[in-house]
Write a protein of this length. Structure first.
Length: 384
């Protein structure tokens, strides 16, 4: 949704937020934070120019942002409990067989040194090294729609190695350094334990190149299509080779022109080839190297490491590869319409609380969208 919300949008959101309030209400011991949290979600869905403390307070009809700051920083409620409720809500409203969990990160450019986790680090949002916070997120994508379902604030080593600084930002005692990959694994494990109907995981090469990440997915019984670099090492034909070496041996007839989903200019068509690679139990769980070649520039090739049921078709692998774009739309909507990046909190608690309420606002939009009838045509499958 790139336009500003109209009256009809707001009315539909209001009804849905009321239903959300019934779901999450028991998580709040007192009525004031419960009502303020629901008001906060409504404010995030509103047409307010910005979704910062002052404007959220104005939306709630309050003279100052103190009550909003109290909600995000000191009130008695558990953001992780609301995250667990979000898992259930998304499973009910968007869940479908063959769902995909998508891991990605996004940056939040910040000034100063006080915001929890802020550091000079690469920010994909800025496209360069910036003073920023980085959040790792998990999205769920199914036939009915997609939404963000989990979040984790990344703490660089310069933070976890400075206990005084961590205490000042409210980082829980005992929180040590965790890589983005470790944060991602924990989120996938939580989603599976919560019962989200997912069969696949998609991620870019930051996560896909890590063996421990792929191995964890296999142990969870999940299939995956994850980006890897051209020097990615894998076993094929009884020897270890690089992805780019396998590319050279793909016969011309093995490439198939397929769409991996709709884009802004129509179907996103590429030439695809898949080659089976070695796996410990190939009859129970197979592995492939999936290759995507540009139609207009055959030298432009992207690689994916894949794992899943041996009966998986190439169309299915291509579909999962194309599903990863959904997390980009989630970030765009969460930041553009649900205030994900417009917070003014600095603490660990404040970041996770704001992010959780923003994810709830995004899920409300996704749930309403899912009720719009959709049509489609199923195509025949080609073996991978």
């Amino acid at each position: 949704m790139s336009r500003r919300p109209n009256r009809g949008d707001v009315e539909r959101w209001a009804d849905e937020v009321e239903a959300v309030g019934e779901r999450i209400g028991p998580r709040f011991a007192r009525s004031e934070p419960r009502l303020r949290a629901l008001g906060y979600i409504r404010g995030l869905l509103s047409d307010a120019e910005r979704k910062n403390g002052w404007q959220m307070a104005e939306w709630l009809g309050e003279a100052s942002p103190h009550a909003v700051q109290h909600l995000l920083g000191r009130a008695d409620w558990d953001a992780d409990a609301l995250r667990d409720d979000l898992f259930a809500y998304v499973a009910e409203t968007l869940g479908s067989p063959g769902g995909v969990l998508i891991v990605d990160e996004t940056g939040f450019v910040k000034k100063g040194t006080k915001s929890c986790g802020v550091s000079r680090q690469y920010s994909g949002t800025a496209g360069r090294i910036e003073n920023s916070q980085v959040g790792v997120f998990l999205a769920y994508a199914g036939a009915k729609g997609h939404a963000l379902v989990d979040r984790a604030l990344y703490l660089p080593k310069e933070w976890t190695g400075d206990r005084k600084r961590c205490r000042g930002a409210g980082v829980p005692e005992g929180t040590g350094f965790a890589t983005k990959i470790a944060l991602a694994k924990a989120m996938v494990e939580r989603a599976v334990a919560a019962g989200l109907p997912a069969q696949w995981v998609a991620a870019d090469a930051v996560y896909g190149a890590d063996y421990s990440f792929r191995h964890a997915l296999e142990n969870l019984g999940l299939g995956y299509v994850v980006g890897v670099r051209k020097d990615f090492a894998l076993w094929s034909g009884g020897r270890q080779v690089r992805a780019k070496a396998l590319l050279a041996g793909v016969p011309a007839g093995a490439w198939h022109r397929l769409s991996c989903g709709p884009g802004s200019k129509g179907p996103r068509r590429y030439d695809w080839a898949a080659q089976r690679t070695m796996s410990p139990e190939p009859k129970a769980y197979a592995r492939w190297l999936l290759m995507r070649r540009s139609v207009t520039d055959p030298t432009e090739v992207v690689f994916f490491a894949c794992g899943g049921p041996p009966s998986t078709t190439m169309e299915e692998l291509v579909r999962i590869a194309g599903t990863r774009w959904a997390v980009e739309e989630c970030f765009e909507l969460a930041k553009g319409d649900c205030g994900l990046d417009e917070y003014e909190v600095r603490s660990w608690t404040g970041w996770h609380r704001h992010a959780t309420l923003s994810l709830w606002a995004l899920a409300v939009v996704a749930a309403i969208r899912s009720r719009i009838p959709k049509g489609g045509v199923r195509k025949k499958s080609r073996g991978a």
